[in-house]
Design a binder for this molecule. Structure first.
Ligand SMILES: Nc1ncnc2c1ncn2[C@@H]1O[C@H](COP(=O)(O)OP(=O)(O)OP(=O)(O)O)[C@@H](O)[C@H]1O
Ligand SMILES: [Mg+2]
Length: 350
């Protein structure tokens, strides 16, 4: 067999950075063995979409060299506007009939031509009392899927699993936190171009959406206000984050961008509440490189009127202490949750 080792690597191809992990997933616990992360080449992305695959392939090959794993299978996460996740209810029926019904329902709910998408679903609630089946419908455009598969396979890996970044985020969260069945929490992974926004009720994912805002809005606002280049603006933003001296306008811009950012999040939260009556999010866990923006989590707690706290992906997932020290783990922890969730999958795990 070509890919004998059934364990997977997790591969998260972000708009700002690409991450690769190897995890040991055992009944006794999960241990991070390898982690590598490199910047995404600017030329490969435009408007939050992958436009040039080859520069990404080169970076993934460098990550593979760094990680030195003997695994060849990879679980890759899809994201962005080409992926849609939607909770739907259908009349209770023989499970064999569900796929056809889902396809029919998808034609009404999915804003793409149904022949251009791959459809999948998972059953959320099939409790005996209810006369409906609640499903989470997933539609991803073929075009997007092909890009991810091509990048992975051209890099020399086998794309054994395609996941959704929001689902991976949920998996990582659930590996680290104990939840009660009635708890309703949101988890936000604030990247550069997108924020993966999910809501969990107990262990069930009930909402998943990629909101097209992230750390880039801060950088773009610093750039505009200061009249400097994008890389200069990014470096000023990072300096402000590490409490180095920066011009006063930078702090002001960051403050006003918090409002723009949180308005977007509030919009999705309102949408969730309006479409899911009787379910109220009581707490929010925040991660992603963008969550490091100074003052954001405090601002968010006030704006969303609920406790917001950083997600700790190493609350229960352990790391190999021969390979990593705690300072390094602190540095990567905000960038790691999605790729850890991807690395938690194993071949044969559907
Ligand atoms: N210390 C910091 N302070 C503020 N922002 C930061 C800091 N470090 C990283 N960022 C921002 O985090 C973002 C990158 O985070 P991350 O690697 O999670 O994104 P990504 O996964 O590549 O993006 P996406 O998920 O949107 O495709 C960038 O916008 C970057 O400016
Ligand atoms: Mg990301």
């Amino acid at each position: 067999m070509l890919f004998r080792n059934k364990k997977v690597l997790g591969l998260d191809i972000g708009t700002s950075s690409i991450k690769l992990v190897e995890l040991d997933v055992k009944k006794t616990g999960v241990v991070l063995n390898r982690f590598a992360m490199l910047q995404t080449p600017d030329i490969s992305m435009a408007g939050g979409e992958i436009v040039d695959l080859q520069p990404i392939v080169s970076v993934v090959q460098r990550l593979i060299q760094e990680v030195k794993s003997n695994r060849k299978n990879a679980c890759v996460g899809l994201w962005g506007s080409s992926v849609i996740v939607k909770k739907i209810s259908i009349p209770k029926m023989d499970l064999k009939l569900v796929p056809d019904q889902v396809r029919w329902e998808a034609e009404q709910y999915i804003p793409f031509d149904i022949s251009d998408v791959n459809l999948d679903y998972s059953i959320l609630d099939s409790s005996k009392e209810s006369d409906v089946l609640e499903l989470l419908l997933v539609a991803a455009r073929h075009e997007q899927i092909l890009k991810f598969v091509e990048i992975t396979e051209s890099s020399g890996l086998n794309c054994s699993h395609l996941d959704i970044n929001g689902f991976a985020l949920a998996n990582c969260f659930l590996k680290n936190y104990s939840v009660q069945s009635e708890d309703v929490v949101a988890v936000l992974n604030i990247g550069a171009q997108y924020t993966n926004f999910i809501v969990l009720k107990g262990k069930n994912l009930i909402f998943c959406r990629d909101i097209p805002v992230g750390g880039v809005i801060y950088t773009a606002d610093v750039q505009k206000t200061m009249g400097i280049s994008l890389p200069e603006a990014e470096s000023l933003k990072l300096s402000a984050s590490s409490q180095e001296a920066v011009p006063e306008e930078v702090a002001q811009v960051i403050q006003s961008s918090h409002e723009i950012f949180c308005d977007e999040i509030q919009g999705s939260l309102d949408f969730f509440h309006n479409t899911t009556p009787g379910t109220t999010v009581s707490k929010c866990y925040v991660t992603g490189g963008g969550s490091r923006t100074p003052g954001l989590i405090e601002y968010m707690s006030q704006a969303l009127q609920m406790p917001c706290e950083p997600l700790n992906p190493f609350a229960k997932i352990k790391y190999n202490e021969k390979v990593f020290n705690s300072e390094y783990i602190d540095q990567i922890s905000d960038f790691a949750p999605v790729v850890l969730g991807l690395g938690l999958r194993s071949v044969g795990d559907e």
